[in-house]
Design a protein around this ligand. Structure first.
Ligand SMILES: [Zn+2]
Length: 390
């Protein structure tokens, strides 16, 4: 599959058990990790020196990374909007302090900030709240004995949505997506749960004849499925007896913006803006020092979402929400991602001079949008071709 012109290697069928183990080993993301597992000191230093020399950008602590300070930046990996600490507090209070139908409405309103597993938990609680008028903590306790069954119901709802999209897309042709949805539903009915990565890999294969846009839409919808049913059960296991405040915080903690080291810090990746990309805690923490090839199997949407992320940041850069010292960031990050992914990820980015020109031209014409950025890519590309000709 080749989405948005980004090189995307064919999927290798994902080993579900192994990945689940990896995910389980990681603590639930609450804040950015301060200490990372160190590779051997000598190797680490060598990599660090190599990396620092080959990276552009400037030295920067993760906490000072400018993109982290913006609200509603889409995560470079899952594409869901991210939260700063103060925004997270606001979401937390809204959920912790309401009950019944109001709680359900609040979860609906702030649901876009929850990652897939948390959204599933919150949705189960919202249904209960509508029924019994409970708060978030009571809702969790009242549903904890049926969590697997209710997760199945939630997943089936998403699969029904996918099915409708696929039916529309294939029209009267043979529809292989319907077959994999059917077998996924059968597995759920048997109580076997569903492994999202394996499902998304088969979805990609089954939908390979559809256009890129439709494939992307199917993938985005499927990524709303919980990673595994065990992931949901684990949140219940740890939080079912906690206070509304603690539960509400947990629902949003994975949406917090973190600075991801593109070349992992534990493998010598420097604290340098060229090595940073803003990623939610839910995506960043389980990656650890995982290789990009393996990471892309769990997050096949990454190349597409990273492109959207960079476009979003470029628009905000042109609009002056981030300082000029970040004009080089898009070019730097394209290099870092390409290197780290062994050439699989080839982002389209704006040159620093284009960014600066657009910033100056913007004048009183109002704010630049992502669409303006995409048009600028085309102009930049055309100009490059012209220069090559002459
Ligand atoms: Zn994410």
């Amino acid at each position: 599959m080749n989405l948005n012109g980004i090189n995307h290697q064919p999927q290798v069928l994902y080993k579900a058990k192994e990945a689940e183990k990896t995910a389980e080993k990681q603590p639930l993301p609450v804040q950015e990790k301060k200490t990372e597992k160190k590779a051997s000191d000598a190797g680490c230093l060598k990599n660090y020196v190599l990396a620092s020399a080959s990276f552009g950008g400037h030295q920067c602590k993760t906490g000072d990374f400018a993109v982290k300070k913006l609200k509603d930046v889409p995560c470079c990996c899952c594409g869901k909007p991210m939260l700063r600490e103060s925004d997270m507090q606001q979401c937390k209070r809204a959920v912790a302090n309401t009950q019944g139908a109001k709680l359900a409405a609040t979860i609906d309103e702030y649901g876009k900030y929850m990652r897939a597993d948390e959204r599933c938990v919150a949705s189960i609680i919202a249904d209960k709240a509508k029924e019994t008028g409970c708060d978030v903590s009571q809702g969790m306790r009242q549903t904890s004995s049926q969590v697997r069954e209710l997760t199945g119901k939630y997943a089936n709802g998403i699969l029904d949505g996918l099915n409708a999209m696929a039916t529309e897309a294939f029209k009267n042709e043979e529809n292989p997506v319907a077959d994999i949805i059917k077998s996924a539903k059968e597995e759920i009915a048997k109580g076997q749960g569903l492994d999202r990565s394996a499902f998304v890999a088969s979805l990609e294969e089954a939908g390979s004849t559809l256009g890129e846009e439709m494939q992307g839409k199917l993938q985005d919808t499927a990524m709303n499925l919980p990673q595994t049913f065990n992931h949901v059960q684990k949140i219940y296991g740890k939080y079912a007896q906690k206070t509304p405040d603690e539960i509400a915080r947990r629902l949003f903690s994975t949406a917090m913006t973190t600075a991801e080291h593109i070349h992992p810090h534990s493998l010598g990746g420097p604290d340098n803006t060229a090595n940073y990309i803003a990623e939610c805690a839910g995506c960043n923490n389980p990656r650890g020092s995982m290789d990009y090839a393996d990471w892309l199997k769990i997050h096949p949407e990454y190349p597409r979402k990273a492109q959207e992320h960079v476009e979003h940041v470029e628009a905000r850069l042109i609009n002056g929400e981030i300082g000029r010292d970040y004009n080089d960031w898009p070019v730097d990050v394209r290099g870092s991602l390409s290197k780290e992914s062994g050439g699989r990820m080839q982002l389209k980015v704006l040159n620093p001079s284009t960014i600066e020109n657009m910033r100056k031209q913007k004048g009183l014409s109002g704010k630049v949008t992502v669409q303006d950025v995409q048009e600028a890519y085309q102009k930049q590309e055309a100009k490059k071709k012209e220069t090559e000709k002459s």
